[in-house]
Design a protein around this ligand. Structure first.
Ligand code: CO8
Length: 381
């Protein structure tokens, strides 16, 4: 008789990842031109009130500021034209019939298909789909279940939201299912349509985000493709903070006279976030490395959350003990912008092929909540 002790240990690994990148992108120059046209228009419309001192004029944005403050040069979006139309400045998507695949599911499915293809896996092999992202397109039915159905996956799916840390929280959840024997193959999909909850009229943040979708296939090592990434350990942390917040929701819809109120979109105290999150995350990485008996200074690569180039430089320096090279801590923020939970997964997807077998690296996310997640991995094959 097989006892619990004699059962083979289930070891979760990352079998493959997938990425969907929208075809359209907006450069800083295009973004600032549209923003400044909106500012000029707004100030002209309110010239009398501004002249009378009843209203402050809006200030223009600048390409130089954006690049220097954030490291972002461009961002992909699903629907560019209305965002850079100074009279609209928000994404507009045609309504879809309930029988059609919804937009968020569509881009999630594209990322999942690539992950499955790269793993040589069929949807029949997958047991669960976790849709882990900052905002869901609707409360229910869960986006994950729609993605599951579109892919043709049996089993179960559900949504989870831990803002920018959603993907790493999803990876740990999937890994735990595998360890517990509740699933052998789990897709963690992060479709991030950030353009829908960014205030494109807000000078302080209009440049930050971009749209994308990623997928991570987490599996039991026993069924994984020969080359994969062993998950050495995961660690999650949350500490409540109002410094990054979005009040959109069914209980606090804006009253008609305040429709479009800015706090129903992304708002943040960017400086405070920077100062508070950097030490928290750096310490968390070092502590977790110690727990796993990994020398953080010997990490071959860090695939960090992509929110701000300066933030990543500081975190990587604190962990590695020296200024990180692009090879040690790759950037995708310059062309993708901040893609919330997808950022560290894009970096991993695009910059992990050239590592050697046995190399150890770290996928790390941090963001609203506050929330942070670490996934230490080793290339095996
Ligand atoms: N153009 C020109 N000047 C500007 C602009 C602009 N666009 N914006 C601000 N300025 C000016 C300000 O007026 C200010 O001027 P002064 O000094 O005269 O007052 C000066 O520039 C400096 O402004 P800031 O202090 O705001 O600028 P910072 O240097 O702090 O940079 C950043 C701002 C880039 C926002 C920076 O603080 C940062 O990146 N912080 C970290 C943010 C972060 O990591 N946030 C995490 C968000 S991700 C997350 O978890 C949310 C998930 C939900 C997804 C939502 C999708 C929409």
């Amino acid at each position: 008789m097989e006892t619990a002790a004699s059962q083979p240990t289930k070891r979760p690994v990352i079998s493959a990842t997938g990425l969907y990148t929208p075809a359209e992108s907006i450069s800083n120059e295009e973004l600032v031109e549209a923003f400044n046209a909106y500012v000029a228009r707004h100030n002209a419309e309110h010239a009398d009130a501004i002249e009378a001192g009843e209203m402050e004029p809006l200030q223009p944005s600048s390409v130089e500021f954006i690049e220097k403050a954030s490291g972002i040069r461009s961002r992909h979006v699903i629907n560019k034209a209305p965002i850079i139309d100074p009279a609209v400045m928000e994404p507009r998507h045609a309504d879809r019939d309930d029988e059609e695949l919804s937009l968020m599911a569509e881009i999630g499915v594209a990322a999942c298909r690539e992950a499955l293809e790269r793993a040589g896996r069929s949807p029949n092999d997958v047991d669960a789909v976790l849709c882990a992202a900052s905002n869901m397109q609707r409360p229910y039915p869960a986006m994950a279940i729609e993605i599951q159905q579109a892919l043709g996956v049996e089993g179960f799916g559900f949504d989870m939201n831990v803002a920018c840390s959603s993907a790493t929280f999803g990876i740990q959840t999937a890994a735990d299912y595998i360890r517990a024997g509740n699933a052998r193959s789990v897709l963690v999909v992060s479709p991030e349509i950030t353009s829908g909850h960014l205030n494109w009229r807000d000078r302080d943040s209009h440049f930050i985000f971009g749209d994308v979708a990623t997928a991570v296939l987490v599996e039991d090592a026993a069924i994984a493709p020969p080359q994969h990434w062993e998950i050495l350990g995961t660690r999650l942390k949350t500490v409540f903070s109002n410094n990054i917040r979005n009040n959109f929701g069914f209980l606090n819809r804006a009253a008609p006279e305040t429709q479009g109120t800015a706090d129903k979109l992304f708002v943040q105290e960017g400086r405070k976030v920077f100062k508070e999150v950097v030490p928290m995350v750096a310490q968390m990485i070092v502590d977790e490395a110690e727990r796993l008996a990994i020398d953080p200074r010997a990490l071959r690569r860090m695939w960090l959350h992509q929110a701000n180039a300066g933030m990543n430089r500081l975190i990587a320096h604190k962990v590695l003990g020296h200024e990180a090279s692009e090879d040690e801590s790759p950037t995708v923020l310059d062309t993708y912008g901040n893609t919330s939970s997808a950022g560290s997964i894009i970096a991993f997807h695009l910059h992990s092929e050239n590592l050697e077998m046995g190399d150890t690296g770290l996928i790390c996310s941090f963001g609203a909540g506050y929330s942070a997640g670490t996934v230490f991995v080793k290339k095996v094959g």
